[in-house]
Design a protein around this ligand. Sequence first.
Ligand code: FAD
Length: 462
Amino acid sequence: MEWGRCTDRELTELEAIVGSENLSTGESALRLASRDESYYTPHIPPQVVVMPGSAEEISAIMKIANPRRIPVTARAAGTSIEGNPVPLFGGIVVDVQRFDKIVEIRPEDFLAVVEAGVGYKDLNKALGQHGLFFPPDPGASAMIGGMIANNASGVRTIKYGATKDYVLKLTVVLADGQIIEIGSLATKSSSGYDLARLFVGSEGTLGIVTQASLRLAGIPSHFSSAIATFPTLEAAAQAVFQIVRWGFSPAALEILTSELVHMLNRDRGLGLREEHTLFLEFQGASEMALEEELGPVQDLCHEAGALSFEPGLGIDERNKLWEARYEAYESIKHTHPGADPFVADVAVPISRYPEMLQYAARVIDDYGVAGYPFGHAGDGNLHVVFMGDAQDKEGGEKIMKANEAIGSRALDLEGTCTGEHGVGIGKRPFMEREHGASLELMRQIKKLLDPQGILNPGKIFL
Ligand SMILES: Cc1cc2nc3c(=O)[nH]c(=O)nc-3n(C[C@H](O)[C@H](O)[C@H](O)COP(=O)(O)OP(=O)(O)OC[C@H]3O[C@@H](n4cnc5c(N)ncnc54)[C@H](O)[C@@H]3O)c2cc1C
């Protein structure tokens, strides 16, 4: 069936809903709404960007789009790296930036009610006053709606979990315009199907989230960071495996290659040893509790062949280290001016992490591409940032093949084709193999909730 288009009639109707100041058909707005941080570009650009201000306005938009089969793609901060918010078949982009209110912080219940366009960094600033924080932390300036839709996670997921672990209740607008509330404010529930979790990670293909009640965590009173260096990536990966295997619970456990450490030294003046490196962080209720963990972890690193282990970094050094880690992606980009990044993102069971890492390093060599592995090692999550020219057919194909090889090996190792960035456009070819017959069930769920297929069409499924 053909996709519907927004004619003057639809544009007038949309304008009546959101107001002329919240609707744009200008070239630059459409261009911005057509992209995320990935390689991917739209097949057919969107026709209009709307910025509704309430669930009722989104509902009214759906009632225009659904019967006429006009695609509707939700957009939050646009920081995805798999093409998740890139509209493929034109239509309407629903930008949630006006959903920017922190509705309520309830410190006594460890929860906050926020609108979908709230930036998680802004939320954490507000929560800090109450000694609380929202742990999922993708680093980029993502909004809560986008984090829920991608089930984002980050450096502290090893201890705290991903976005799915923090969603209590959602307000969602469905494709037919129905506004539903799902979940409850209780931190646990056995009441029927867990529909809130169904929407987490659905990448805007099942409904548009307008408001979320989120579970929070207390900011721990004591932190300690450490840096361990290793002669080989395998030794570093072995240390990761041993630390997790022996039941230690770092709040972060990140792996960086010597090449990446070199870039961070260059860009951030860190003065680190330029070796393969683990950044570790521990959090606890007292100095003593931290020391009890750090001592044996240091031993495990040395047993794995560590060249150095520097524990007990002060708060300033710690902050500098994590800021630099968040900038790793930017440092890679600076190293290849004019080139486009393409990020592979896989996750495997922790015992297979050394093998996965080794394989990724070999793929980079075999395909002769510029690629930089690093990742949230403690979760078995590996990224490889490939740098190439998106317009260069031959180079681009090599990168795609290298990415395919890495995704495929992750599945061989009983892992997943995407640890945290979502399926978007890039991971669709892996879905059949990863999910087998259950992919059909996902298709049926999509059909049930969005029979016309208008919500972010072309994503998740090929
Ligand atoms: C430098 C860099 C580092 C990153 N590091 C990480 C990381 O460590 N961990 C990680 O998980 N991710 C990471 N990401 C990816 C990205 O930041 C996350 O996936 C983030 O959650 C996307 O949020 P966003 O607000 O930008 O959403 P967008 O990119 O705007 O949208 C994401 C998806 O959500 C849908 N959507 C948006 N709003 C809604 C809504 N209200 N209701 C329903 N669907 C909606 C969109 O259609 C799209 O499919 C990184 C990205 C960059 C550029």
